[in-house]
Ligand binder design. Sequence first.
Ligand code: SAM
Length: 273
Amino acid sequence: MADIKPDDYEWIRQFLYTQCANDLGQGKEYLISSRLGAVAREAGLADISALVTSLKARPLGGPLHQKVMEAMTTNETSFFRDGHPFAALEKQIIPRFLSSNSGRPLRIWCAASSTGQEPYTIAMVLRTNFPDVANRARILCTDVNATVLKRTTEGVYSQLEVNRGLPAQMLVRYFERAGANWRAKAELRSMMDPRVMNLAVPWIGIQPQDIVFLRNVLIYFDAKTKREIVTRIRNTLAPGGVLFIGGSESILGMDEGLSREQFGMSTVYRRAA
Ligand SMILES: C[S@@+](CC[C@H](N)C(=O)[O-])C[C@H]1O[C@@H](n2cnc3c(N)ncnc32)[C@H](O)[C@@H]1O
């Protein structure tokens, strides 16, 4: 593996921070090598140093810049990831929503939805347990990485991907064969509203949300960015709306407008009603 020059490392670190606020920190040369080596080769460039030189010579925002930013995001996800948030959704959160909101549409936002397994999991929970709610629910799926987001629109997953967390009865009920892959049925796909969006930039045009999933993305931001995003999310939550974050993440003491509630193994943050 070729060494990354300190100046190139710093340029990539800064670039990533300005594009999507991901804080690479120090000592992640292996990550740059493993993720950008292929981008350099595909662009016909000898190595990462040549890639940085080429990026510097082009205007920001072009396709090569986009590829580099996307390659540096971590898109790890799976169906029913961590399990308990979806149990809380089914057993507590949706029943509580139904008890105070008869007939109005449910709005859910997956704020870093990657390749879509998380919003499709939510859609399956709704279709299976609350079919009437599912008929009037929209799941806003956003990610800064347009390439992974496209997969949510397509709803096509490999055998390997469905093997990761999707129960067999859900696979049979909600997916159909697409060659060697599986495609989510229209009843799930029609619930998705995918949009490219950078959480680090103030957003407009997002309606008040009843439930926000912001899981396994806060870890990539520094404390200041994290706090700003959490405050903006709180302001986007409808009164009484709830926020899920990842199991290894904490926003404790970050926003006084959110109160912590425990549902079994799952912690959620609620905006005062
Ligand atoms: C590890 S995945 C989490 C996927 C899913 N929420 C889960 O928990 O399984 C993190 C996602 O956050 C996205 N991301 C990183 N920075 C972002 C930003 N500034 N705005 C929006 N999405 C971002 C990445 O592209 C990636 O798809």
